[in-house]
Design a protein around this ligand. Structure first.
Ligand code: SF4
Length: 484
């Protein structure tokens, strides 16, 4: 009788509450841990930042001696949370607690990959174009993952993710939210649709693509600011200038900048709400046309000209958008109707100057998360002391070596630009939640005072020689920016 083959020796990953059983040679549900020869290992190497490497440089040492061991213990080298693994439950010390010497003083960096249920991204999209009304739902793969929030100066903000979308809705909403956040944070391109608004391709550090068109320029300022900047350059070349803008349309002859320059009245009349002289709100509806309005014909924002206020046949008019993308030149005919004419050579440089003064339009993705929960126990046995130490700025907080902004008030709510973090910094677990690198750095004395896991402190050389609970693979990369 032949013996039945032994049942596969699955082992349990305990790096998150999902607790996957993983068969030999297989990976767990999050693609981040595997069963290698009966041991749970982290699939990605621990990422060490070395300031001496040139930008983009990377070394994958098999042995510590493959790399320059002399620097170990100096502040040139920083163990990031990327690839470090997560200890779960949280009362265990964090995966790596590294002793460091910074400017001759003893410091400790506590390193982990934190699991964040309370997290999301704030996205800043540099564009004048109307993406959708404030509070409109933003969707990925048809699921609601966030909303449109405020318009800022030349940009539109989106708030995506958050615990309500991750865990408070349907399973598919949670999955779609987690997937979109993960890809945005890892700097991939993600398609988003906005209810009653645009379809976007958003990618950190890249221009936004709005309804299939790549946005090139961020506006130089609002219409009023543009008048203020360029009024003196237009004087003597044209009788009237209107800078069309969805927020504030500017009219040079009425604007304070024109008045100071002694600009004569022209009898022009603008539709919309006059705010202050030469500054008009709501000249049209928001849209994809001139200056973020819905208009293709700029003359549609003008009422009939007034002769008694200065309108006359032959009067010249420049209409331009806040990016210089749209511009047109007109001359009033005998009926005081503007007639389109070719742009005079003398005026074109002023339009070009507007465009030249625009910055490139980009998408910015800021990861925001709450680190004030149980993960603090991996740092200290008295969690609130860590919070207080962070709030007192005795402990610095970084994500993949990139300094994080910590919000004032309670807890540790942090925000960090994903563009400056190492490649592949983010992961996920199927609960669903995002996984992100997190490091706390403080003086060794302070670490002892706040009840840190002193016995778990290790030297960098020891970490590189023997690795951690989840393996010993290391990659050494140049920091993108920051001062880790
Ligand atoms: S989801 Fe990932 S981290 Fe969680 S138990 Fe499974 S393999 Fe481990």
């Amino acid at each position: 009788m032949t013996e039945r083959p032994p049942k596969e020796d699955k082992i349990r990953c305990d790096a998150c509450p999902v607790m996957c059983y993983i068969a030999p040679g297989k990976i767990g549900a999050c693609d981040r841990y595997a069963n290698e020869n009966g041991k749970i290992i982290r699939c990605d190497p621990l990422t060490v930042l070395d300031h001496r490497l040139e930008a983009g440089g990377e070394i994958r040492p098999f042995l510590k001696s493959d790399w320059d061991g002399e620097v170990i213990g100096t502040d040139d080298v920083f163990v990031s949370g990327v690839g470090s693994g997560t200890t779960y439950p949280d009362y265990k010390p964090a995966p790596f607690i590294v002793s460091r010497e910074v400017d001759g003083a003893d410091f400790v960096t506590v390193v982990t990959e934190a699991i964040f249920s309370y997290c999301g991204v704030k996205v800043k999209i540099d564009t004048d174009r109307h993406l959708g009304p404030e509070t409109a739902v933003v969707r990925a793969k048809g699921e609601a993952i966030g909303h449109v929030t405020t318009s800022e100066y030349g940009s539109q903000m989106l708030s995506l993710g958050g615990v309500d979308h991750l865990t408070g809705g349907s399973k598919s909403e949670g999955r779609a939210t987690c997937d979109a956040l993960l890809r945005l944070c890892n700097r991939e391109a993600v398609e988003l649709t906005i209810d009653d608004g645009a379809t976007l391709i958003v990618q950190a550090g890249h221009p936004p693509i709005v309804n299939g068109e790549t946005e090139a320029r961020m506006r130089v300022g609002c219409g009023s600011a543009t008048i203020g900047m360029f009024a003196s350059q237009w004087q003597g070349l044209v009788d009237e200038v209107v800078v069309v803008d969805d927020h504030i349309t500017g009219v040079v002859s009425e604007h304070q900048a024109g008045k100071v320059l002694g600009w004569p009245d022209t009898g022009i009349r603008i539709k919309g709400h006059r705010s202050t002289p030469g500054r008009y709100f709501k000249v049209a509806q928001p849209g994809q046309g001139w200056g973020g309005t819905d208009i293709d014909d700029p003359l549609s924002i003008l009422n009939p000209w007034l002769e008694k206020k200065g309108a006359r046949p032959g009067l010249t008019l420049l209409m331009v958008s806040t990016t210089g993308e749209h511009a047109a030149y007109y001359v009033l005919d005998d009926n005081l109707e503007p007639q389109a004419k070719p742009m005079p050579k003398a005026l074109q440089p002023s339009v070009d100057l507007i465009a030249e003064n625009c910055e490139p339009a980009l998408c910015t993705v800021m990861f925001q998360a709450g680190a004030g929960g149980s993960l603090r126990s991996g740092v200290t046995q008295n969690p609130v002391k860590l919070t207080r130490s962070v709030q007192a700025t005795n402990t610095s907080v970084t994500c993949g070596g990139e300094p994080a902004y910590v919000w004032p008030g309670g807890g540790i709510t942090l925000m960090v630009d994903v563009l400056n973090m190492p490649d592949g910094s983010f992961g996920y677990v199927p609960t669903p939640a995002l996984v992100a690198p997190l490091e706390f750095t403080l003086s060794r004395d302070d670490y002892r005072t706040l009840g840190g896991h002193d016995a778990a402190i290790r030297s960098l050389s020891d970490i590189l020689e023997t690795g951690g609970e989840y393996g010993s693979a290391v990659r050494v990369v140049a920091p993108k920016t920051g001062d880790a």
